[in-house]
Ligand binder design. Structure first.
Ligand code: C2E
Ligand code: MG
Ligand code: MG
Length: 538
C-alpha cells in the first residue's frame, strides 16, 4: 500500500476520513448502549484503509487533532439524532492525551454540533498514562467535569497498573480482544478476564469486552459477570448509513454459562453478577434447614453452614480449614469411602448413614447424606459439596408406624369378623382379606359396589335401603341378610357399622364389620323348631 502523509492531508481536506460505528451492547439484555467510533480512510484507489495504517501517520504529521475533530463532527451529527441513551465512544491516542488543549477541542466540537458531552465516552490506553500520569490525570479530570465518561481501552495489554485505576477514576474497563478470543479455550485467558471483571466490580467500574465473535464467548463473559460487549457477534463497524438499522435491534442474548457444563444453568435465576450471586447464595446457604458444607480436594472444610455444625455437633470455627479426619477421627472411616467416590467424579445422592449418637444414651443417629463433586470450568473436580439431614426422628417414627401397623394387622387377622370401610356414597373402599377366604370372591370383585352382587337377589333391595338410610342419617348400621359364596351356596351374615362424620357433621365414612352368622342362624332355627315342637306336644 503506497499512501503517505501528503495523501492523508489531501484526503482529510476532501473528507475521505470517515467515521465507522461499531455497536456496544449490554450483555445481559442485548440492548444497544452506544457506538464506538472507528476511523476509516475511504481511499479513492486503495479502498478502505484501516486505522493501524493511518493513525500513526496522522500522529507523526500532527494531523491527528484535525482528524479527530473531523470524524467527531460527523459522528456527532449521526449519533446526535438517535435516542439520548445511545452513547458515542471516541478513541484518543496517547499523544492526544498529552495535549492540554484536548478538553477544549472536545468541548468546542460538542458545542458546535450541539451534542451533549454526557453522551461522549473517551477511550484512552494505558500507554498514554505511563510517562505523564500527572498531565493525563489533569486532562481526564477536566473531561469528566465536562460530563464525559472515560474508558480504559485494551486493558490488560499495556502497563496495567492499579495506580492508574485509583487516580484516574475510570468509568469503564475494556477487556482486550486478545483475552476474549481465548476465553473459551485458554484457561489463563479466562482467569485474566475473570480477574479484570472482578476488579471492575469491586471498584464499581463497568466492564466491556471487545472482540466478541461467538455466542460461547458472550455466554462465558455473561457468566463471569461482564457488563457490556462489542464485536463481530453483535455487528462489524458500519458506515453512518448503516447505524439506523442497528438501533432498534435487540441482539439475541446468549445464556450465561461456563464453557463446559452447558446444561447446568440452574444458577441463572439468581443475580447475574458474581458478587450479587455470592451474596444471595450466602444467605440461602446460611439459612438452609439442611446441613451444607464444602470440602476441598484434600477433604478440608472450606465452608460450613449453621445446620451442618448442629448436626455434626461441632462449632463452625472448629471445622473451617481443618480436614474431616482431623475434626472427626472416629467418624472419618464411615465417610471416607463415599468422599473418595465423589472425588472420583460420582454424584452420591440420598445415602443413609447410621452412626453413634452425639450424646450418650440417645439412639444411633441416622443421617441422609448427599455428596456432589464441584468442578472448575475445565471439568476437573476441585472439591465436594455435601448436604446432610438428620433423619433419626423420622426413622424412629417410621419404625413405630411399621410396628403399629403390624399390631393392627395381627388383630384384624385374628378377628373372626371381616372389617370394611364404606364411603359416603355407599362404596366399599377397604375390606379385610378374610372375606376372600370366607366367600371365594376376590377383594377387587367386592370393592366399590361389587359387594351388592354377593347379596342374594331377594335381600338386595332391602340392603340398599338400609345402607342408604344409615348414610343419610348417620344412624348405626346393624342388619342381617343372605349372601352367596363363589360356589353359589348361600349363608347368613350380620353387618354392623358406625358412622364417622366430617367437620360439617355429615357422614364421611362407615367403619364396620361383617360376621358369618350362618351357624348361629341354624342353631336359632333349631331352637325355634324344637321349642315349637315341645309346645305342640305340650
Ligand atoms: P480499538 O479501539 O481497540 O478498537 C477495536 C478494534 O477491534 C477495531 O479495529 C475493531 O474493528 C476491531 N474489532 C471489533 N470487533 C472485533 C471482532 O469481533 N474481532 C476482531 N478480530 N476485531 C474486532 P480497527 O477499527 O482496525 O481499529 C484499531 C484501533 O485503531 C482501535 O482499537 C483504536 O485504538 C484505533 N482507532 C480507531 N479509530 C481511531 C480514531 O479515530 N482515533 C484514534 N486515535 N485511534 C483510532
Ligand atoms: Mg477503542
Ligand atoms: Mg480496544
Amino acid at each position: 500500500m503506497v499512501v503517505d502523509e501528503q495523501d492523508l492531508l489531501r484526503s482529510l481536506n476532501l473528507g475521505e476520513i470517515v467515521p465507522y460505528y461499531q455497536p456496544m451492547r449490554e450483555l445481559r439484555t442485548g440492548r444497544l448502549m452506544g457506538f464506538e467510533l472507528l476511523a476509516r480512510w475511504s481511499h479513492p484507489t486503495e479502498g478502505l484503509i484501516l486505522p493501524a495504517i493511518f493513525i500513526s501517520m496522522a500522529e507523526k504529521a500532527g494531523l491527528l487533532p484535525r482528524l479527530t475533530e473531523q470524524v467527531l463532527a460527523s459522528a456527532f451529527q449521526s449519533v446526535g439524532d438517535l435516542s439520548e441513551s445511545v452513547m458515542l465512544a471516541v478513541n484518543i491516542s496517547p499523544m492526544q492525551l498529552r495535549d492540554p488543549d484536548l478538553p477544549y477541542q472536545l468541548f468546542k466540537a460538542g458545542e458546535e454540533s450541539d451534542f451533549p458531552l454526557s453522551r461522549l465516552v473517551v477511550e484512552v490506553t494505558e500507554t498514554a498514562l505511563v510517562d505523564n500520569l500527572d498531565l493525563a490525570t489533569e486532562i481526564t479530570r477536566k473531561l469528566k467535569r465536562m460530563g464525559c465518561s472515560i474508558f480504559l481501552d485494551d486493558f490488560g495489554t499495556g502497563y496495567s497498573s492499579l495506580a492508574h485505576l485509583q487516580t484516574l477514576y475510570f468509568d469503564g474497563l475494556k477487556i482486550d480482544k486478545s483475552f476474549v478470543n481465548g476465553i473459551t479455550r485458554v484457561r489463563e485467558d479466562r482467569k485474566i478476564v475473570a480477574a479484570i471483571i472482578g476488579l471492575g466490580q469491586s471498584l464499581g467500574i463497568t466492564t466491556i469486552a471487545e472482540g466478541i465473535e461467538t455466542e460461547e464467548q458472550a455466554s462465558m463473559l455473561l457468566y463471569l459477570g461482564c457488563d457490556m460487549g462489542q464485536g463481530y457477534l453483535y455487528g462489524r463497524p458500519l458506515p453512518a448509513s448503516g447505524i439506523s438499522g442497528v438501533v432498534d435491534v435487540v441482539a439475541p442474548v446468549a445464556p450465561a454459562r461456563n464453557a463446559f457444563n452447558n446444561d447446568e444453568v440452574s444458577l441463572l435465576s439468581l443475580g447475574s453478577f458474581p458478587i450479587e450471586r455470592a451474596a444471595q447464595l450466602h444467605a440461602i446457604y446460611d439459612g438452609a434447614p439442611v446441613g451444607l458444607c464444602y470440602l476441598s480436594r484434600e477433604l478440608r472444610y472450606i465452608s460450613v453452614n449453621r445446620r451442618f455444625s448442629e448436626i455434626e455437633g461441632a462449632a463452625i470455627l472448629s471445622m473451617i480449614g481443618r480436614t474431616v479426619k482431623e475434626v472427626f477421627p472416629d467418624r472419618f472411616s464411615l465417610y471416607e469411602p463415599y468422599l473418595r467416590r465423589a472425588l472420583g467424579g460420582e454424584a452420591l445422592r440420598g445415602f443413609e448413614l447410621t452412626r453413634p449418637a452425639l450424646h450418650a444414651g440417645d439412639p444411633n443417629q441416622v443421617i441422609l447424606f448427599s455428596c456432589e463433586p464441584a468442578r472448575d470450568e475445565a471439568n476437573v473436580v476441585i472439591g465436594l459439596s455435601l448436604a446432610v439431614m438428620d433423619i433419626t426422628e423420622r426413622k424412629q417414627r417410621e419404625q413405630e408406624l411399621k410396628e403399629s401397623e403390624l399390631r393392627f394387622r395381627t388383630i384384624i387377622d385374628l378377628n373372626p369378623e371381616t372389617p370394611w370401610i364404606l364411603d359416603k356414597n355407599g362404596n366399599i373402599i377397604e375390606i379385610g382379606s378374610k372375606w376372600e377366604k370366607v366367600t371365594g370372591f376376590t377383594r377387587e370383585e367386592v370393592l366399590n359396589r361389587g359387594y351388592l352382587d354377593t347379596v342374594v337377589d331377594e335381600d338386595r333391595e332391602g340392603v340398599i335401603e338400609i345402607i342408604q338410610h344409615c348414610l343419610s342419617t348417620g344412624e348405626p348400621m346393624d342388619f342381617e341378610c343372605r349372601a352367596t359364596r363363589f360356589d353359589g351356596s348361600v349363608f347368613w351374615i350380620r353387618l354392623r357399622g358406625k358412622a364417622v362424620l366430617d367437620d360439617a357433621g355429615k357422614v364421611w365414612r362407615f367403619y364396620g364389620s361383617t360376621e358369618d352368622i350362618d351357624e348361629l342362624k341354624r342353631l336359632r332355627e333349631m331352637v325355634k323348631a324344637f321349642t315349637a315342637r315341645s309346645e305342640g306336644h305340650g
